[in-house]
Ligand binder design. Sequence first.
Ligand SMILES: Cc1ncc(COP(=O)(O)O)c(C=O)c1O
Length: 488
Amino acid sequence: MEHLYEKLIQNQLSDMYPYHMPGHKRNMENFPMAEYYGIDITEIDGFDNLHHPEGILKSIMQRAAQLFGAETYLLVNGSTGGILSAVSAVLRRGDTLLMARNCHKSAWHAAYLRACKIRCVYPACLEHYGICGAVSAEDMERCLRLYPEIRAVLLTSPTYDGVVSDVARIVGLAHDRGIPVIVDEAHGAHFSLDARFPESAVDLGADLVIHSIHKTLPALTQTAVLHVQGNLVDRDRLRRFLGIYQTSSPSYILLAGIEQCLAVLEEKGTALCETFFRRNAVFEKRMMQLQHLHILSAETERFRGNGLFDFDTGKKIISTAGTQLRGNTLYDLLRSRYGLQMEMAGQTYVTAIMTIMDSEAGFTRLADALGEIDGMLAGSVSVLQGKAHDFVGGFATLADLQAETAAYTVYEAIESEQETACLEECQGRTAGEWITVYPPGIPLIVPGEIFTETVIGKLLYCREQGFTIEGMRDDNRKVCVVRKEIYA
Ligand SMILES: Cc1ncc(COP(=O)(O)O)c(C=O)c1O
């Protein structure tokens, strides 16, 4: 029988290099916390209480606030708990939320729990890479004008793929109307460390910003922080919901992990960023020489203003578009031949996550491997004209889903009487469940939306390609649909 702990140790001892989360990259130099059992406690005397911090945890929150530039709450169940709390704090039951359609499932879950009505803004598509681009401030403005009932705005920036939207303009538009903006900056916790990263939504005035520090900073999995500023968010409501969505037994190991992350950033953040950008410059230069593969971070300028406002240098979207390689083939090749574990594979790309904890060897190994593979692709059609197929990886071309106006709210669809239907036969029916292709965890269809030929085609394709699909039944043959609305 396999044992998880032993498997973890084997992985630790292997030569497999992690181009994936968590952001500490298992680089143990900076972290003395090895004896987990010895330090695992609950809220005993002298150790404060996460839900009423007055002592040592309060001082960690203050250190985080100092570092990130806004009032900060510590989260031990990831950005998920922060997003649920943020949405719940600013919306009352039945209120309307203006939300980017490519938000993470946790945002949709929040909408369900608060029985919100959703108005969606659809992001652009970066066709060559087959990923979602930015949401435009113009689209946001149009919706804010059309729907005066909107009570809050929520967007993801950067996306899982590293795409940044014009948060400053969006915040300005919302604030002109007295509406708070929540930015899911789960993947951008490192932005405030250095001006060469995109500007942080905290600095751009967003009212609530959520960071998964575990994703891109040297912090343990599940650790995250929520920042709040300005006078549009009721702090008592926010604290109430943090108390509801977070465990009553927060792990002190995770909390100490947040403290250690802060210590690393305070003491060495500037130096680590310097090293990161030096190594990255060498890496990107080598990537510009590739003939067939393309790396979005090395080509950001080509897309800026054209579906992309800004891009996170830490995300490396390696496109195989126009070559004979599929994303998952490249992913497998990098893993099996070069010992490089990527974050994910899409149809025509793989994603690597680089953080300030990556070693010189890490950058070099990936650059060497990609150089060698690019050389093997000599006969490819390529290159810059190459276009990713219409559906890539988790979720890409949202534009063609735009027509699917939701028949019911998420809440109504979930609380209705439901039944299952074969995927091939559900056209025109209303979804009763989220269906999410993993990663990145953005629902392809949300409860209340209509199954169209396009959505069904995408799901059939994902099933055939063996992508991980959440939310289908009976071995991914059936979907959950609304039978009769009973919500009154
Ligand atoms: C964009 C985005 N937001 C939020 C989350 C949830 O973060 P966490 O895993 O820290 O709960 C994720 C997770 O992958 C994500 O990709």
